[in-house]
Design a protein around this ligand. Sequence first.
Ligand code: HEC
Ligand code: HEC
Length: 173
Amino acid sequence: MNNKIKAYVAIIGTALILAPGLGVSASGVAPVTNTLYKNECSGCHFAYQPGLLPARSWTKLLNNLGDHFGENAEVSKEDLQALVTYATANAADTSRHKRSVKINKSIGKNETPLRITETGYIKHKHRELRTKHVKGNPQVKTLSRCEACHTRINDGSFREREIRIPGLGRWED
Ligand code: HEC
Ligand code: HEC
């Protein structure tokens, strides 16, 4: 083999090894890759992936961190700029990951939701959950605590077989 062909073989081989891994994340949402975002946004709750809301939602939410659901989550001006850049570049209306596309489609063009839990797609997917699963479950309490039930959420994965309801076990339809 000449070197050019060897290089092609190497590239195709690598692509084949990586492809299944890419497939996994492409079915969910893109995992968080930004260290600043991870640090600033995981202090009070799980660091929600930018792919869970459209860019206009992140812009609005991040520009109002001084009054963030009743808490002060303010960051420095420079950090704010970096957070907006990262979140909007990876938002649901930009990402090609399956869950991001579906969430985005479920939001009206004139709506700017600040909660993932208020988007049509996420509400619809959880319509079968009862009080005993969420509100009345001391280990969950609110649907906003995605990580309580989605055991592989840090990989951006929401597969049904990975769901465990704390204290109640696997989710069976
Ligand atoms: C000081 C604590 C604190 C920090 C820091 C913080 N948050 Fe929050 N966040 C909250 C609280 C409290 C809620 C409301 C939780 C609830 O209602 O259950 C919330 C809710 C949210 C929600 C809505 C979740 C839903 O219900 O769908 C998003 C999105 C969010 N935060 C994003 C962020 C981002 C992005 C950052 C980083 C810039 C951040 N938060 C940092 C306290 C914080
Ligand atoms: C109390 C447990 C619980 C919490 C908390 C929870 N979920 Fe879920 N989620 C489920 C269950 C159960 C299903 C599967 C419903 C079904 O299809 O039967 C599901 C389904 C989903 C799906 C669809 C997966 C698929 O393959 O169809 C997505 C996406 C999702 N959840 C995202 C989230 C996000 C984002 C949050 C936080 C804002 C969250 N969930 C909070 C239990 C939970």
